[in-house]
Design a binder for this molecule. Structure first.
Ligand SMILES: [Zn+2]
Length: 63
């Protein structure tokens, strides 16, 4: 397995792996972690929100 969270691989991702975190609304942060809402929706979240409690994830509206 190659590293997928640092280095050159990030430059192949849309927006180079950066965006606005739907959980904490931090802009231009790296969204490298997936969290699933209880309804099955998968969100890309930042490192900080990787460990967020499930209720914080479920509170996100939209995709
Ligand atoms: Zn976040």
């Amino acid at each position: 397995m190659s590293k997928t969270k640092r280095g050159r691989v990030l430059w192949n991702l849309p927006s180079r792996g950066r965006g606005t975190c739907p959980v904490c609304n931090m802009t231009r942060i790296k969204l490298l972690y997936s969290r699933s809402k209880t309804d099955g929706t998968v969100l890309k979240v930042c490192k900080r929100c990787q460990g967020a409690v499930q209720s914080r994830i479920d509170a996100v509206t939209g995709s």
